[in-house]
Design a binder for this molecule. Structure first.
Ligand code: PLP
Length: 468
């Protein structure tokens, strides 16, 4: 008989206690998120001290590790899930999305191959089809789940680079970029910085920036002139949702101009593409379906946990050419493409699962209401703060972004700092059209009318303190 010590423990026996501990800490965090001060109380070095800087030897029991992590990191956490968190573009997490994410983590399916992980690939493929339909994009478009919009842009632009070079007889996947035709990479001057990053990963160099109008929309006349001034393969980047104003490019006109010049058109719609899911707001993306590819985030507007971006291409073939790898030990599908052929990486978690869960839970009308709720809250904040003495709202509030300013830059920056120190509302400073602004990006599903009132009241207190 085997000695008791030699017997293999059932690996599942050890999960219960540690998962219960994590569950308790997670619930405590979530139940406190609305009322706790938003900014972190401690910085990185202080948290390192609290966590302990030395690698322990021997190691510690799992429940102690979880307790240490939850208790010692907690003062360094920022309440990004607060309904009064308006920094950057950060979505809160819907309960069903978190629960689905936990399941995806527990299942731990390496979601590269249709034949091997059908349970999660099925849910991701359905979510992809539903998204294309909801956003009003061409049926049959190919969808990849990436870490975020940056990598979704990269994914779509890899397809774009392949396609525009193939049209002039250059196979970039075998020949590389060196010695090949130059690709003109054309953007609006107010594109998001990650567009440049995605272009840089692809060897496209610094983009050619076309001037934008006063709300940050690409000027179509200038786009036409820029395209006419050069020749050869071109990729044009348009934007659904300017980070400061929320403005949308004129897709109908810009896409026509770009296509007449033979360019591939990609639309960065990290948060703004979601207007397409609302009958009331769909006019903002009129004509967007005429582009060749689109990128967006589920971890912003759709309220799934980090990290989940979505890359969509109308014709999947250049995407597959750009991103596929084949190996005899991988059991490739003979139906369409495998998940790994739609994203940059081979191995990844089933990160589309929370997206499937939110779409299933909200349904078509629920998604429309979610998007409209964010836009309504932005309108409410803009209207409320515009009444305050000395406050000017600088942008046309068409979607979820509000930029306000006081008379001078120093006062505007002091306002944002004041909000940070009070901790009830987080809205950070930025520079837009040569002025310091405080940006509100409404991206949390919990920002209702009551939260809007609390937000305006907090801004009122901060303004009074700054201008006193
Ligand atoms: C318009 C736009 N594009 C791209 C991105 C990059 O998205 P991610 O941080 O998910 O990579 C953002 C992020 O806020 C954005 O607002």
């Amino acid at each position: 008989m085997a000695d008791e010590d030699d017997q293999q423990a059932n690996p599942t026996d050890s999960y219960d206690e540690v998962l219960d501990a994590a569950d308790g800490y997670a619930r405590a965090w979530l139940s406190g998120i609305r009322e706790r001060p938003i900014p972190p109380r401690l910085g990185v070095e202080e948290v390192k001290d609290r966590l302990g800087r030395t690698l322990p030897d021997p190691g510690e029991p799992a429940t102690d590790v979880i307790a240490r992590l939850a208790e010692e990191a907690e003062p360094g956490l920022i309440a990004m899930g607060s309904p009064r968190f308006f920094g950057w573009v950060i979505g809160g997490t819907q309960p069903v999305a978190l629960a689905a994410d936990w399941l995806a983590a527990a299942w731990d399916q390496n979601t590269g191959l249709r034949n091997i992980t059908p349970g999660v690939v099925a849910a991701e493929e359905l979510a992809g089809e539903w998204l294309v339909d909801l956003l009003g994009l061409p049926t049959g478009s190919e969808v990849g789940f990436t870490t975020g919009a940056t990598m979704a842009q990269f994914t779509c632009m890899a397809a774009a680079r392949d396609a525009v070079l193939a049209r002039v007889g250059w196979d970039v996947e075998t020949a590389g970029m060196a010695g090949g035709p130059a690709v003109r990479f054309i953007v609006g001057e107010e594109r998001h910085g990650t567009v440049d990053l995605a272009g840089r990963y692809l060897g496209l160099g610094t983009p050619i920036a076309v001037r934008s109008d006063e709300q940050g929309r690409i000027r179509v006349d200038e786009l036409r002139a820029t395209l006419a001034a050069g020749e050869g393969p071109a990729i044009v980047l348009l934007q659904a949702g300017n980070i400061h104003s929320g403005a949308y490019d004129d897709f109908g006109a810009a896409i026509t101009v770009a296509h007449e010049a033979g360019a591939w058109v990609h639309v960065d719609g990290a948060f703004g593409l979601w207007a397409g899911a609302s009958p009331r707001l769909r006019h903002l993306v009129d004509g967007v379906e005429g582009a060749d590819s689109w990128s967006t985030d589920a971890h912003k507007t759709l309220s799934v946990p980090y990290d989940c971006g979505i890359a969509i291409v109308g014709d999947g073939r250049p995407m597959h050419r750009a991103l596929s790898m084949h190996a005899s030990y991988l059991q490739a599908t003979d139906v369409g493409a495998d998940p790994h052929e739609k994203v940059p990486e081979l191995s990844r978690r089933a990160r589309g699962i929370p997206t499937w869960a939110v779409l299933r839970s909200l349904g078509r009308t629920g998604v429309a209401r979610l998007v409209e709720g964010l836009a309504d809250a932005a309108r409410g904040i803009a209207d409320g703060v515009a009444e305050l003495p000395g406050v000017e709202v600088l942008n046309d509030v068409v979607f979820t972004q509000v930029c306000l300013a006081l008379d001078d830059d120093a006062a505007t920056e002091a306002l944002s700092e004041r909000l940070w120190h009070e901790g009830e509302v987080l809205a950070m400073t930025s520079r837009w059209r040569d002025r310091s602004v405080v940006r509100f990006s409404v991206s949390n599903w919990g920002t209702d009318a009551a939260e809007v009132r609390r937000t305006v009241a907090a801004v009122e207190r901060a303004v009074a303190a700054v201008v006193e």
